[in-house]
Write a protein that binds this ligand. Sequence first.
Ligand code: SAM
Length: 212
Amino acid sequence: MTRVADVTDVPLTRWELAGPGSTGYAARFGALIEQGADIDGEARLADVLVDRGAAILDAGAGIGRVGAALAARGHRVLAAEKDPELLAESRRRYPDLATVAADILELTSARLAAEGHPAAYDLIVLVGNVIVLLAPETERRVLVTLRDLLAPAGRILVGFHPANGPAHAREYPYAEFASDVAAAGLRVEHRFGTYLLGAPAEDYVVAVLVHA
Ligand SMILES: C[S@@+](CC[C@H](N)C(=O)[O-])C[C@H]1O[C@@H](n2cnc3c(N)ncnc32)[C@H](O)[C@@H]1O
């Protein structure tokens, strides 16, 4: 296998700093899955943003629920997750979903290609409050990292609570997010308040990003 230089300076995420099992995220979604609840809202919107058989990166994939729903719709999905317990749960629940154990900051086209994955993505999903759970002060670095993985006409779907999110999440006012998006060489193509294309709202941000 081709050896690719490691990315150094990968700080602990807010998720890691919060400690293992502190949120109940995996148990909560696990219970919803067992009940047959609809947890595919993010994936349905993601699906309309791409052609059939698209290359999709699920960044901060958790237990893999969004990536698996997109794979079930015929896309080529790679789920990237740093938390070893969530990654194990993803591999147990969705054994056919391709995964990579990595911090988002460690994802480069060269590394992914060397490991047999697409080097560029038609869509990157960064949903379920991942952006407010990154390591402090890494939002722009993460956005640049993901921008560099986008195909020329690729898009990034982001979803988060700008305030009152998970207990250990940061507050991330929309204006600050939009400023970081622009600084990363991206632009907001669409903004909604829900995955059902509800109007922009104070309590939730759904944004589609493209190359500036
Ligand atoms: C609330 S969970 C959401 C998981 C999944 N996106 C979903 O919607 O089900 C937040 C996830 O973000 C991941 N995360 C946060 N920062 C990350 C980073 N820098 N690299 C990789 N994963 C990260 C955490 O490990 C955790 O799995």
